[in-house]
Ligand binder design. Sequence first.
Ligand code: A3P
Length: 320
Amino acid sequence: SKVNLQREEQETISLISTLPSDIDFNGTKLFKYQTCWYDKKTLQGILNFQRGFKPQETDIIISSFPKSGTTWLKALTVALLERSKNSSNHPLLSDNPHGLVPVLELRLYTETSKPDLTSFSSTPRLFSTHVPFHTLQEALKNTPCKVVYIWRNVKDALVSLWYFECANLKIKVEEERSLLETMFESFCRGVSYYGPFWEHVLSYWRGSLEDSKNVLFLRYEELKIEPSDQLKRLAEFLGVPFSVEEEKSGCVEEILNLCSLRNLKNLEVNKTGKTARGVEHKNFFRKGEVGDSKNYLTPEMERRIDMIIEERFRVADLKF
Ligand code: A3P
């Protein structure tokens, strides 16, 4: 009811007023909630999501730190689950992966804790999130949903984000070297949107060690090196393994080709469309190369951030 909604809104406002705050590289005020940093609107979405989400055991949640390969993983998951569909009416041909797999806190729960999810009537429901594992767990309320996490080298994620920001602002990266430098400082300090990066990765790393049946920990770099093996791993994890006949008939390669950066980038829907939040679909597809950050970060910047991450990951015995 309206009264309930007003009460929830009040609760949200008073909670936010108690949180530590700081400023992001672009001057946005960020609030620290359950170890990570968010702007106010995102945080409201997260609180709504934690409060109102009614998970189902069959739900699949795709999770990532922004710019870590989310689009690719969404496409692969959709293609895996829809592989009986013939190619002419494939969902990936008519919508961008982010339209097909919306981000819970940024799309569905931004305004309300009770969004209309009737369009997600078929199972499994596919959602995505960028929140760390402990924050997601609260929303899942002990329901054993399948969570697939993808992460990638912090430097490549940073440079990818820089490019993405520039593309969205329609400015040339060559002219925005200083933006990269301030973003870099934010990353190192750990005060950045959805950051610290290491808290994020470590939360899912621990989650996957504790519950490997329900949390899959994927690396962008591994997906690039051995895509077939990783896709089969994903299929098994989601309970939809490839049959011997499927493997023989080239089904794995077909999905990989459909979801390749080049193929997705050239689809009409991705050349022209925009997301519900106004981001041009084409901005989600750039180079997709491992180690591209080398071309933009100085050796000194690389050393500094490598040391921070190594130090943070050592405690968890996670190799970078
Ligand atoms: P680069 O900027 O390094 O090229 P996200 O999807 O989480 O926003 O991450 C974006 C990164 O994934 C970008 O990296 C983008 O080019 C890359 N990417 C997008 N689609 C891809 C695909 N189908 N295969 C491989 N990489 C992809």
